[in-house]
Design a protein around this ligand. Structure first.
Ligand SMILES: [Zn+2]
Ligand SMILES: [Zn+2]
Length: 237
């Protein structure tokens, strides 16, 4: 008893961690293999990162002879309130599992690696842009992630957007139905903070982009200047 009391707290914790590792070895959150990291190298290598030519606006991968076009067919017809969207990976396979483990199984320790993925895409596309604030779609899992990312890319996150309407599930709805469903769901708390500022909005998944577009709309209404979007994974739409 006296001995335990004399051990400094830090040493005591490390000792417990060592014991924990012997009896409960650390596992990869996705494949379940014993690994010192929460996401093993093999699982990381299977993620389909978006590295090649993309639409200059929405970030959709452009393949074959379309690779020389600047905008995809969808963005050539539309004008958006956001400036650009970029995604780390295609929403399939391993990254889909990572997002599910993080979001639904609430393995929030995955925020470290997910933040590094987002930072990678941020550096590649936005590092030299003047961005004043980081924002997200309101929700606990994105809040935790944004705080972690904010520390890495040194852009403040204050959580200035709130949800003001219950959203009916978006699954099974097309783009127009999703846009209507999400309309009026969010509000900027303090408009003065974002007046004339450039905002980077982060989310986990881009399906049709309807949620991010709604967030971009309310930020514009609040007087924000340029809106940059960043997601961890995107569908091909
Ligand atoms: Zn693994
Ligand atoms: Zn596009």
């Amino acid at each position: 008893m006296i001995l335990i009391q004399k051990i400094p707290k830090k040493v005591n914790k490390n000792f417990l961690d060592i014991l924990k590792d012997i009896f409960i070895p650390p596992l990869c959150a996705v494949c379940g293999k014993i690994d010192s990291e929460l996401l093993c190298r093999q699982c990381i290598s299977k993620i389909k990162k978006i590295e090649d030519a993309v639409c200059s606006c929405c970030g959709r991968p452009l393949s074959g002879n379309k690779a020389n076009d600047k905008r995809c067919s969808f963005c050539r017809k539309e004008d958006f309130n956001f400036y650009r969207h970029r995604s780390f990976a295609l929403y399939s396979g391993e990254i889909k599992k990572v997002i599910r483990k993080y979001k639904y199984n609430r393995i929030y320790a995955l925020k470290e690696i997910i933040s590094l993925f987002l930072r990678h895409t941020y550096i590649k596309n936005y590092e030299y842009e003047k961005i004043d604030y980081l924002e997200t779609v309101p929700g606990r899992h994105m809040d935790v992630l944004c705080r972690s990312l904010s520390g890495l890319i040194k852009i403040p996150f204050t959580g200035n957007i709130i949800k003001i309407k219950k959203i009916v599930k978006q699954q099974g709805l097309d783009f127009i139905q999703r846009r209507n469903n999400i309309k009026g769901a969010f509000k900027v708390k303090n408009c003065l903070q974002y007046y004339g500022k450039n905002i980077l909005v982060v989310d986990d998944v881009w399906t049709t982009g309807s949620t991010m577009m709604e967030i971009a709309d309310i930020l514009k209404k609040a007087g924000a200047d340029k809106i940059y979007l960043l997601t961890l994974a995107r569908g091909i739409q």
